[in-house]
Design a protein around this ligand. Structure first.
Ligand SMILES: O=C[C@H](O)[C@H](O)[C@H](O)COP(=O)(O)O
Length: 223
């Protein structure tokens, strides 16, 4: 199977997984990226089974709307049964690196609100130790150089993602060669740097369930 077919398989499995949990009042949180895009397309097939969605990016909101799926402002809803999103890396504790598509901050906010976080990923995203994928950090533009210097002090090699502006109007630094030995502590330490909006480590709020696509089929992993 191609990587794309594995993404489609986990996206389909996510719709099957959440469908029994939904009723006419349910709000579904929807992530961002190529795997989440497949999820949106399959979610459209059951759009009568829930109330609407909250999207973690403008791009996902547009795709949801193109299918006629309602998209709500997060401030207009008071509960969310589930959030479904992809990842750039996942470890066996279901801690993630996210933000390859620059949507990390809104993703982290929506994940924080959801009762359950379902991560969908093809098998290439599975690692024993996080950090081979450069860690994205969203930064207020005027603080870019300061944050980069502080990230070097923490042991990383930050690289400015040229030409990318997030949905929040900020920039991204991708931190290479960061040894992520204590993910929860590192998530906090990076977020303490003045000028950082958030970083792409999802350790404090890891996924609850991982649907991972392998040649042998979709495997369900819980932490
Ligand atoms: O900012 C983007 C998100 O964190 C994505 O969930 C992540 O980059 C995975 O994307 P994809 O499903 O395209 O591999």
């Amino acid at each position: 199977m191609t990587q794309d077919e594995l993404k489609q398989a986990v996206a389909r499995a996510a719709v099957d997984y959440i469908h029994p949990k939904l009723d006419s009042d349910s709000i579904v949180g929807v992530g961002t990226g190529s795997t989440a895009n497949y999820f949106i397309d399959y979610l459209a097939e059951i759009k009568g089974s829930f109330d609407g969605t909250v999207a973690s990016s403008e791009a996902s909101a547009e795709r949801l709307k193109s299918h006629g799926i309602p998209v709500y402002d997060l401030n207009a809803i008071d509960n969310m049964v589930v959030y479904v999103d992809g990842a750039d890396e996942t470890n066996p504790a279901l801690e993630l690196i996210k933000g390859g598509g620059a949507a990390l901050t809104r993703e982290k906010i929506v994940a924080a609100v959801a009762d359950e976080f379902v991560c969908i990923a093809d098998g290439s995203k599975w690692v024993d130790t996080l950090g081979a994928f450069p860690l994205p950090v969203e930064v207020i533009p005027m603080a870019r150089s300061h944050v980069a210097r502080e990230l070097v002090k923490l042991g990383g090699d930050p690289v400015y993602r040229e030409g990318v502006v997030t949905d929040n109007g900020n920039v991204i630094l991708d931190v290479h060669n960061m040894a992520i030995t204590n993910s929860k502590q590192m998530e906090k330490d990076i977020n303490q740097i003045v000028g950082v909006v958030t970083n792409g480590l999802f350790a404090a709020r890891a996924a609850d369930v991982l649907l991972i696509g392998r040649e042998s089929g979709v495997e369900t992993v819980t932490a």
